[in-house]
Ligand binder design. Structure first.
Ligand SMILES: Nc1ncnc2c1ncn2[C@@H]1O[C@H](COP(=O)(O)OP(=O)(O)OP(=O)(O)O)[C@@H](O)[C@H]1O
Ligand SMILES: [Mg+2]
Length: 399
């Protein structure tokens, strides 16, 4: 696990396995409280609509930095019938198997003292407070595919960027920091361009210049990380997985063109220059019109020789699965363990051959995949390579 070896993690040994062996929830979505004990095999959650299957996947997604797989506001995650006195608190905690022993991650929402809209996500690692949620990226890795992503290859670029950035940050936890740094500098610059005062200071050219420098440094770093990752992903995707199509991924944007043509330092200068030139247009637009926050990701179905957007719904889903599996193989090589895969209703859309190939590949990679469905029969080919839970009325029991 490269990042940990380079920058010692203060709380934990490097994880050599990302597998949740105990999950506890308190006032999380429909769950007043729940404890689920699992082993390291893939997990199949079945049950009727509204039982709480996706909520369990969402709970696990909070062990990674960010807003979870629903991108929810923290206060909306609190169980709606939770006692008022709890002040919108919710918590999830997980125990992870690792060679060095068990790792415990706890996280949740701590509302503001004044009961207002504020509040923060708290994170604890092995019982000690962590400085921020970024630490989670160094000790846990998860990737998800959810039904909301069915139109990912058709709709606007922002969803594709988010998907790619999740993949990159699993591969390189520092990517999340670069993204945050970039977005923060960009937000401040936009506010200044709009004429807002920050800490009672108004914009001046040197302040704008300093923010543009920060945007250029973090923006080129994050674009370079995306670029490096895409190159490695292409090599891993080339191998293909049985009936799943070979996917090719390409990044498109101004910043990518600069990185293609010049060295990173020159690209940084180009970007800074472009930002300075674009101030009045950006003021007009109310946002930065140039930068890696506008890049797109073009996905092609290599097996068919077609852009992903012109493929069938099932083929698009298969392409996303191909990318996630290639990524998992890559992460297993790089970090020593594949990420936890959260696959919500993925199986229902696959034909029998693809289902069997998906189960085989998950087992070959050694990933703990958490998979949901309403019909247990669809998972038959997993056999005892997986463990099964029936979820009903916010209770999950092993079956
Ligand atoms: N904050 C909340 N408080 C209480 N209940 C909630 C909250 N948010 C969501 N729910 C409820 O949780 C229940 C379970 O949702 P979930 O999405 O996990 O179901 P599911 O088992 O995945 O169903 P499906 O098969 O339809 O996808 C739903 O009835 C939903 O309305
Ligand atoms: Mg669901």
């Amino acid at each position: 696990m490269q990042a940990i070896l380079e920058s010692p993690a203060p709380f934990c040994e490097a994880t050599d396995r990302y597998a949740v062996v105990r999950l506890s929830l308190t006032d999380f979505r429909c769950y007043p409280s729940l404890r689920l004990d699992a082993d390291e095999r893939p997990v199949v959650l079945t049950g009727p609509n509204g039982a709480g299957k996706t909520n369990l996947l969402e709970a696990i997604s909070f062990f990674a930095p960010g807003r979870g797989l629903r991108r929810a506001r923290l206060a909306d995650v609190t169980r709606s019938d939770a006692p008022v006195g709890n002040g919108l608190r919710w918590a999830v905690s997980g125990t992870f198997a690792a060679a060095s022993g068990e790792i415990k991650i706890g996280t949740g929402f701590e509302p503001a003292f004044d009961g207002g809209d504020g509040g923060r996500r708290v994170v604890r690692l092995n019982g000690a407070d962590a400085p921020n949620q970024m630490t989670l990226g160094e000790v846990f890795a998860a990737v998800w595919l959810v039904p909301e992503m069915d139109r990912l290859l058709l709709d606007g670029a922002s969803g594709r960027r988010r998907f790619l950035d999740r993949l990159v940050s699993v591969f390189d936890p520092a990517h999340t920091r670069q993204l945050n740094e970039y977005e923060q500098a960009m937000r401040e610059r936009t506010r200044l361009l709009r004429g807002e005062r920050i800490n009672s200071r108004a914009a001046d050219a040197s302040w704008l210049g300093a923010l543009e420098q920060r945007m250029a440094e973090s923006g080129i770093a994050l674009a370079a990380a995306r670029r490096l990752f895409v190159r490695r992903l292409l090599a891993a995707s080339d191998l293909g997985v049985g009936p799943f199509p070979v996917a090719s991924v390409a990044l498109v944007g101004d910043v990518e063109a600069w990185l293609q043509e010049t060295a990173a330092l020159q690209a940084e200068d180009n970007f800074k220059e472009a930002l300075a030139q674009s101030r009045s247009a950006d003021r007009e637009a109310g946002r930065a019109l140039v930068g890696p926050h506008r890049s797109d990701i073009e996905v092609t179905n290599v097996s068919k020789g077609r852009p992903a957007a012109t493929c069938s719904t099932g083929e698009q889903k298969a392409l996303l699965i191909s990318i996630v599996l290639a990524h998992a193989r890559l992460v297993a090589l790089d970090r020593g363990a594949p990420p936890v895969l959260l696959m919500d209703e993925v199986v229902a859309h696959l034909d029998k051959d693809r289902r069997a190939a998906l189960f085989d590949e998950i087992c070959a990679i050694g990933a703990q995949a958490w998979m949901t469905g309403t019909d247990r029969d669809l998972f038959r080919d997993f056999g005892d390579r997986a463990q099964y839970f029936q979820v009903e009325n916010a209770i999950a029991h092993s079956v």
